[in-house]
Design a protein around this ligand. Structure first.
Ligand code: NAD
Length: 286
């Protein structure tokens, strides 16, 4: 429902917020079976979008899509490695055949590797770069034409605070997240320059409590002795807000960028880090 109203000298309409801002839209999320991707899928589906749950872990993607379908939401699982170029045309084709269009893409799949530069193997560097950087390029290369066919769209890149500033022990990860940050800006300009109504923005989460932290291979100094990264403790110590963020909090930023709530934003960055990059802050002692 729209309510006509006057703000200052301009006439406008206030739209009633009905939690269905993406009704009739189709959203594709990579790395969607876990953490931020899974929370994004749930939030986008809540807003009425049909969601493509794409993940290299096909079993978990199917389980999540089934859970959403059981709740009456439209979801399609896709077992997909974002680095496999040959699978991309088939994936986009399958989505358009099933749902008829594509409106929102969240290039979210990513891994994190910790290790000193002098001790990191080239193979590990390349593996991380293949998923975090090449994967985002391939996601864009094959999904942007589908957004064009739909007439407009939103492409969202999951970067990190590691794409805004350096982080000791995470040089490879920072290189990929800084890379996708500027990739998003260049793609935003490319789309705007071509007259596409396609917005491209990046999200920069700080310390978010997801399974990612348990999967970080600890190399170099951290390997002696092997220590598990305690996300809650890190959030408490490092974030001025005194806690780690949740995947659901990041998913709300995804919804914001996916909907017309952000209709005048492109080439921009949304930071969700509890204040980490705001400036100097004394590290808390636990
Ligand atoms: N958790 C954090 O603190 C944090 C902070 C900043 C940025 N991020 C970024 O957010 C994104 C999601 O991270 P998360 O914390 O939810 O991690 P997660 O480990 O919970 O989920 C990542 C998902 O990506 C999938 N994946 C991995 N390799 C893939 C590939 N080659 N093809 C397709 N899918 C693949 C995994 O199977 C997994 O389901 C990543 O890009 C990560 O770098 C996370």
């Amino acid at each position: 429902m729209s309510i006509p109203c006057q703000i200052g000298t301009s006439k406008t309409t206030l739209k009633e917020h009905d939690m269905s801002r993406l009704e009739g839209k189709v959203a594709f999320v990579t790395g969607a079976a876990s953490g931020i991707g899974a929370a994004s899928v749930a939030a986008l589906a809540r807003e009425g979008a049909a969601v493509v749950v794409s993940d290299i872990d096909g079993r978990s993607a199917t389980a999540l899509a089934e859970t959403l379908s059981e709740r009456g939401l439209r979801a399609m699982p896709l077992a997909q490695d974002v680095t496999d170029e040959s699978a991309w045309p088939k994936a986009i084709d399958a989505v358009e055949k099933r749902f008829g269009r594509l409106d929102v893409v969240v290039a979210n799949a990513g891994i994190a590797m910790k290790g000193l530069v002098t001790e990191m193997s080239l193979a590990d560097w390349r593996r991380q770069t293949a998923i975090n950087l090449d994967g985002v390029f391939l996601t864009a290369k094959y999904s942007i034409p589908a957004l064009r066919r739909a007439g407009r769209g939103s492409f969202i890149v999951m970067s990190s605070v590691a794409g805004l500033r350096g982080s000791a022990g995470f040089a490879g990860y920072c290189a990929t997240k800084g890379g996708v940050r500027f990739f998003a800006k260049a793609l935003a300009l490319e789309c705007a320059g071509l007259g596409d109504d396609i917005r491209v923005n990046s999200i920069h989460p700080g310390v978010i409590d997801t399974p990612l932290w348990g999967t970080i291979p600890l190399g170099g100094e951290e390997a002696r002795p092997q220590r598990r990264i305690d996300v809650q403790r890190m959030g408490h110590n490092d974030a001025p807000m005194g806690r780690a963020g949740t995947a659901e909090e990041v998913a709300e930023a995804v919804v914001f960028l996916a909907t017309d709530s952000s209709s005048y934003m492109t080439g921009a960055e949304l930071i969700l880090d509890g204040g980490i990059t705001a400036g100097a802050f004394p590290r808390r002692k636990s």
